[in-house]
Design a protein around this ligand. Structure first.
Ligand code: SF4
Length: 170
């Protein structure tokens, strides 16, 4: 079972295979952690800023800045990841595949995606992040330890939902 306390190492060990072919790469891409960027840029023989400009979009996830790989969606609302070889369905950066892609190719991708979001983008010190996470958690099954009141306590979460923190919030 995956919980909020599950470590990255444990998740990577659970992964029995790391297939070259990603399940959802035809319809979207993956998140990139800032610390992964230099290695990916180096593998392409590019500078960090050049690589970011060519391959990344900046998005906001639970009020936290995040990077996601560009897709080739054209006019459609979704499209294949920029690193997907559309002829053979393989990831063209398999050797330097980002953590998000490696983890979500394994079992229980829904739970893993929640774990990833909790670990990387839900910021317990940011009331806006917690409010957005709280809204997401309404009506979905959340991994153990991942509900907002489990992260900051019931009383604190109630204060946050009542915007009592507003002066500290941006
Ligand atoms: S980097 Fe590779 S595994 Fe990740 S979404 Fe793109 S094609 Fe798929």
């Amino acid at each position: 079972m995956i919980t909020r306390q599950t470590t990255r190492e444990e998740l990577l060990k659970r992964k029995e295979t790391d297939p070259k072919k990603g399940r959802g790469c035809q319809f979207g891409s993956g998140f990139i952690l800032p610390e992964e960027i230099p290695k990916l840029a180096k593998a392409k023989g590019m500078g960090v800023e050049e690589w970011k400009k060519q391959y990344l979009d900046e998005v906001e996830v639970f009020h936290t800045k995040a990077f996601v790989l560009k897709t080739l969606k054209g006019e459609k609302p979704y499209g294949p990841c920029i690193f997907l070889n559309q002829e053979n369905g393989e990831c063209t950066i398999h050797k330097t595949k980002p953590l998000y892609c490696s983890l979500t190719n394994g079992e229980e991708p829904g739970e893993v995606i929640q774990w990833f979001q909790l670990t990387e983008y839900v910021n317990p010190g940011d009331p806006s992040s917690l409010r957005e996470w709280h809204a997401y958690c309404e009506g979905v099954k959340v991994i153990p330890g991942g509900r907002p009141e489990e992260i900051v306590g019931k009383k604190r979460m109630q204060e946050i939902l009542e915007y009592k923190d507003l002066k500290k919030d941006d």
